[in-house]
Ligand binder design. Structure first.
Ligand SMILES: *[C@@H]1O[C@H](CO)[C@@H](O)[C@H](O)[C@H]1NC(C)=O
Ligand SMILES: *[C@@H]1O[C@H](CO)[C@@H](O)[C@H](O)[C@H]1NC(C)=O
Ligand SMILES: *[C@@H]1O[C@H](CO)[C@@H](O)[C@H](O)[C@H]1NC(C)=O
Ligand SMILES: *[C@@H]1O[C@H](CO)[C@@H](O)[C@H](O)[C@H]1NC(C)=O
Ligand SMILES: *[C@@H]1O[C@H](CO)[C@@H](O)[C@H](O)[C@H]1NC(C)=O
Ligand SMILES: *[C@@H]1O[C@H](CO)[C@@H](O)[C@H](O)[C@H]1NC(C)=O
Ligand SMILES: *[C@@H]1O[C@H](CO)[C@@H](O)[C@H](O)[C@H]1NC(C)=O
Length: 486
């Protein structure tokens, strides 16, 4: 009788530490970025495979906010370091470091010979990436085309790097899926995978011209579906965490009339008389800076382009975009629907179809997609709040279980995505294995119930002893209760 009553006590320790039978612990994390994938282009018409996958897991319905400047290389570095751009120092795809008097231009936008080579110098990359943290903790990673992922990691001989070479196409991307899959089969516990679309198509065709955007999205969707099918066939689907995101969104440029071609208004030659970053002008003297500010302000007014010409020091403090030696004094901030370029490649307004990014990070159109699924994540959960892409870094550290360096991300802004949000009283060995608050309440009941039962028994015994009819029974009961519980 008493053994039965004590049963809850016997099962208590194992209930607390055993994994829930519904899911296993994640064996690996795959971080995916499709360049320029705006949050609201994830829908069942445009990308059915990705949309139904996202519905199984966690979807940040309103997307994720990028960092200023909202361009490719800096944001990919922010995602994997958790740092603002001015903290990791890659403040643009292109910028001049006035202190070092060197030009950074990882995509050869300036066409200056030797500039890519210079941009590969380890000097530029001083921040710890998630795969470096993973390696320090004994993990193994593969980096498949992640922008600057290969160069930003020094001479890391443990991580498999696959440098980005081309925009590719469906058959090329399916080959890349096999690289990701092979990495998982080799036992990598972290894979970062990147495709440079739909960004490339959006820049060259815009959202609406001739079905180009829809076609590239369909191909990306089939690639994603193919990846999921490979995981399922190999029985990796339920043990792999996937985070799907992008570096920034995109905004269609209304017409060529609202594009400011800055070199037409600034005296002198880029790279000789003044330097540029993506949207700032670095003048060599204060007087020259004032001239640039005035001529651009005049140009914007005359051409009636909805763009703001401002001093870089006046950007909102929450942008954390204030590098002392790498940003120019004057900044042009185009409104959504417009663009500002140092050199304009377009001539004919009739054939002009283009979308762009680089606008203010808090603009809706700049937000990227963010969805996740896997054993670490909640199921069928839609989240309204808008995290920042730097928050993905502490989230990855958490689910990989590796120590990460100090960073600018905030885990609290994304932890709703976890299957069980971290609890303050960490009495449980692995909080991820406790799947919900209901489980926690149940466990508290499991502790309280035996205590209540024991109290009743003790009360019963004491009353019996006091009444004194059967002292032997009381002794037996006490002995039985102190027997080893096996
Ligand atoms: C998906 O987005 C497209 C383009 O914005 C829109 O035309 C379509 O109605 C949307 N479909 C759904 C199911 O939301
Ligand atoms: C950069 O562009 C210039 C001009 O198009 C070209 O000559 C040079 O080879 C390019 N550099 C690299 C590394 O591709
Ligand atoms: C990587 O480099 C370290 C230190 O130089 C060395 O001990 C280790 O064996 C190397 N690992 C591989 C896989 O080459
Ligand atoms: C896809 O790209 C590869 C090169 O990466 C090329 O050989 C192949 O012909 C392309 N396929 C299509 C359908 O364009
Ligand atoms: C999803 O991806 C698969 C590739 O595995 C493709 O065959 C299928 O057509 C896609 N589904 C939809 C609805 O596009
Ligand atoms: C994943 O787990 C779910 C629930 O346990 C199960 O229904 C499903 O068949 C599993 N899928 C695969 C591909 O193993
Ligand atoms: C961002 O993080 C870095 C590294 O921890 C820190 O030095 C810097 O002060 C942080 N920036 C802000 C604005 O908090």
């Amino acid at each position: 009788m008493i053994r039965v009553l004590l049963l809850p006590l016997l099962i208590l320790p194992s209930t607390l530490s055993a994994p829930s039978p519904l899911f296993e612990k994640a064996k690996a994390l795959v971080l995916i970025s499709f360049d320029g994938f705006r949050f609201d282009t994830l829908n069942s018409t445009i990308a059915p495979n990705i949309t139904s996958w996202a519905a199984e897991g966690v979807l940040f319905k309103n997307g994720v906010q990028p960092q200023a400047s909202t361009v490719t290389a800096p944001n990919h570095y922010s995602i994997v370091t958790g740092l603002y751009e001015d903290a990791h120092g890659i403040v643009g795809n292109i910028f001049f470091d006035a202190e070092r008097r060197k030009f950074y231009d990882i995509y050869n936008l300036s066409s200056i010979p030797g500039t890519i080579e210079e941009s590969l110098n380890p000097y530029w990359y001083t921040s710890e990436t998630i795969w470096q943290s993973n390696r320090k903790a004994g993990g193994h990673s593969a980096v498949v085309h992640w922008p600057i992922g290969d160069v930003a990691s020094g001479n890391d001989n443990e991580t498999s790097f696959h440098a980005w070479r081309e925009h590719g196409n469906l058959s090329k991307w399916q080959d890349e899926v096999e690289v990701v899959i092979d990495s998982l089969l080799e036992g990598k516990n972290l894979v970062a995978w990147y495709i440079s679309e739909p960004d490339h198509t959006l820049h060259t065709q815009g959202f609406y011209h001739d079905g180009h955007f829809r076609r590239v999205m369909a191909d990306l969707d089939v690639t994603f579906g193919y990846f999921l099918n490979r995981l399922k066939t190999l029985e990796l689907y339920n043990t792999t965490d996937i985070i799907f995101t992008a570096d920034h969104g995109h905004a269609e440029i209304r017409s060529l009339d609202v594009v400011l071609c800055m070199d037409e208004y600034i005296k002198g030659q880029i790279g000789v008389d003044y330097q540029v970053s993506d949207y700032t002008v670095l003048a060599y003297t204060e007087q020259q800076a004032i001239e640039v500010f005035e001529s651009l302000t005049k140009a914007v007014a005359e051409k009636q382009i909805p763009a703001k010409v401002m001093w870089t020091k006046d950007v909102p403090a929450e942008w954390h975009f204030s590098h002392p030696s790498r940003l120019g004094q004057v900044m042009v901030l185009p409104e959504i629907g417009t663009d500002a370029r140092f050199k304009c490649p377009w001539k004919d307004p009739a054939t002009f179809h283009s979308s762009t990014h680089g606008h203010a990070p808090e603009k809706k159109e700049m937000r990227a997609v963010l969805a996740m699924r896997g054993p670490s994540f909640a199921e069928k959960r839609e989240i309204d709040s808008i995290p920042q892409n730097i928050d993905i870094f502490p989230l990855m550290g958490k689910i990989l279980g590796v120590p990460i360096p100090a960073n600018n991300g905030t885990l609290e802004r994304v932890e709703l995505a976890l299957r069980s949000p971290p609890s303050t009283e960490d009495t449980v060995e692995d909080p991820q294995l406790m799947n919900s608050n209901i489980a926690r309440i149940f466990n508290i009941l499991l502790i309280l119930m035996p205590i209540a039962v024991l109290s009743i028994i003790l009360y019963y015994i004491i009353m019996r002893v006091r009444r004194g009819p059967n002292k032997q029974l009381a002794a037996d009961l006490t002995n039985e209760a102190t027997e080893p519980m096996l």
